[in-house]
Each structure stands twice: as structure tokens, then as C-alpha cells.
Design a protein around this ligand. Structure first.
Ligand SMILES: Nc1ncnc2c1ncn2[C@@H]1O[C@H](COP(=O)(O)OP(=O)(O)OP(=O)(O)O)[C@@H](O)[C@H]1O
Ligand SMILES: [Mg+2]
Length: 225
């Protein structure tokens, strides 16, 4: 469970990026939608302490991101929009093996990494350069690397934006099938419609919060009015 308690985020230039957000996130599938620059990524980054509140608190399973950042990051896996920003090793197998460093002894990591990649249909590219993978393959490898440490929450910032329809559907299926709690920012309203709960962010505030049936039309009205 994630709690945001009266969270404000102010940029170094004094601009308010998020203002007075209080929300408890307990649903299994949560989507965050809103216009470019509305504050979605900032909101997501708060959840694993990549961004900390200027005032207020973000608490994940009782851990405050300000005080217990490292412990929070072990629980909350973050999937970036651009997988190349996340994949640090030259090949998928090495990247996933690196993710396993805290949970498995060195000798067991490569075998487990190979097993995980194979289970996501990536066995044939495990030794390829990450630069040679397709965008969808890269995005999946990034997801496997995050899932390898078995986080209790997966936060994904527009994980399908760079993908074609087929790969977008693959990622969508993988995300839908996760056991973990999922918080996703997306411009893909079909993806948002899969969620149990949708937060609509506008100009640093949550302006709608509820099931997709009511919140997605609110967002559409907001951008078309
Ligand atoms: N460190 C920073 N300093 C100043 N402004 C920032 C900083 N980080 C983000 N912003 C601004 O805050 C606003 C919200 O940014 P954010 O990345 O959260 O938007 P977003 O909803 O994710 O947008 P998009 O849909 O384009 O990804 C933007 O106007 C952005 O320029
Ligand atoms: Mg963003």
C-alpha cells in the first residue's frame, strides 16, 4: 500500500510540479493519465523515491521515501519509458543477472536470468547487444530486469509509448498478468481502461479519481473543452 500525504513537489526554479496531493493507492491496477507536462512522471517518481516531496510524505508499506529510500526502491520497481536509460549491461542476460545480485549467489544468477528471459520469450536474444534488440524486446528485457528482484509494486512510466501494436499488446499482456501491484502512466487510453482505478492529473493536481468508466471521459472532456 502506498500513501501520499499532502505531498507538494517544487522544482529548483520554484515552479510547483505537484500541489497538495493526498491519496492512498491500494488497488491492484492503477493508471495515471493527463496532458503532457501535467505531472504524471513526477507523481510516479515519488513512489520509489526517485523524487522526494518538498513537503509532505510518501509512505510505501510503512516506509517513508525520505528516510528509507533504499528499502522503498527494493520494493518498488520502476520501468522507464526509454529502456536504454535503464539497461546498464551490454546484453539482456547480464542485465537480468545484475538485477539478481541481491537475491542470488553469483553462480546461480546467469542460469536464473536465462530462465526468466526464456519465460518472456526472449531466450533467443539473451546474448544479443541491447542496442541490437527491437524497441519491444528492449522494453520487455527492462521489465524482466525489474521483475527479477520480485518487487511488491511495479511502476511503469509510459511503457508502451515507443512500441508498435504487436509489441504494445505484448507489454500490455505482461503488465495485465502481473501478480504485483501496478501503477502506470500512459497516454494509451485502452491501457488505462484496463485499470481498476484511474487518476487524472492536470497542472500538478489530481482532478479526477475513480473507475475508468467515469475518469477517462473526464480527461477527454478536459482536453477537448
Ligand atoms: N526538475 C525540474 N525542474 C523544473 N521543471 C520540471 C522538473 N521536472 C519536471 N518539470 C516540469 O514539471 C512538469 C511536469 O513534468 P512531468 O514529467 O511530471 O509531466 P508528465 O505529465 O509526465 O508529462 P508527459 O506526458 O509529457 O510525460 C513539466 O512541465 C516539466 O517541464
Ligand atoms: Mg511523463
Amino acid at each position: 500500500m502506498i500513501e501520499l500525504r499532502d505531498v507538494t513537489v517544487t522544482a529548483p526554479n520554484g515552479r510547483t510540479l505537484l500541489a497538495g496531493i493526498t491519496v492512498t493507492l491500494a488497488e491492484r491496477r492503477i493508471a495515471v493519465i493527463g496532458a503532457n507536462g501535467s505531472g504524471k512522471s513526477t507523481l510516479l517518481r515519488l513512489l520509489n523515491g526517485l523524487v522526494v516531496p518538498t513537503s509532505g510524505h510518501v509512505v510505501v508499506d510503512g516506509l517513508d521515501t525520505l528516510r528509507d529510500g533504499a528499502a522503498v526502491r527494493r520494493r518498488v520497481g520502476f520501468v522507464f519509458t526509454d529502456p536504454l536509460a535503464q539497461l546498464v549491461m551490454p546484453t539482456p542476460i547480464e542485465d537480468v543477472a545484475l538485477s539478481l545480485r541481491r537475491t542470488l549467489p553469483r553462480a546461480a544468477r546467469r542460469d536464473r536470468a536465462a530462465e526468466l528471459l526464456a519465460s518472456y520469450g526472449l531466450g533467443h536474444v539473451q546474448h544479443s547487444s541491447v542496442y541490437d534488440l527491437s524497441g519491444g524486446e528492449r522494453q520487455l528485457v527492462a521489465l524482466v530486469s525489474v521483475l527479477a528482484v520480485d518487487p511488491s509494486v511495479v511502476v511503469a512510466d509510459e511503457p508502451t509509448t515507443l512500441l508498435d501494436l504487436r509489441n504494445r499488446n505484448r507489454i500490455r499482456d505482461q503488465l495485465t498478468g502481473l501478480d504485483q501491484q501496478l501503477v502506470i502512466a500512459t497516454h494509451d487510453l485502452d491501457l488505462a481502461a484496463d485499470a481498476d482505478r484511474v487518476l487524472v492529473v492536470d497542472d500538478g493536481r489530481i482532478v479526477a479519481d475513480g473507475p475508468p468508466e467515469t475518469t477517462i471521459p473526464t480527461y477527454v472532456d478536459l482536453v477537448t473543452s
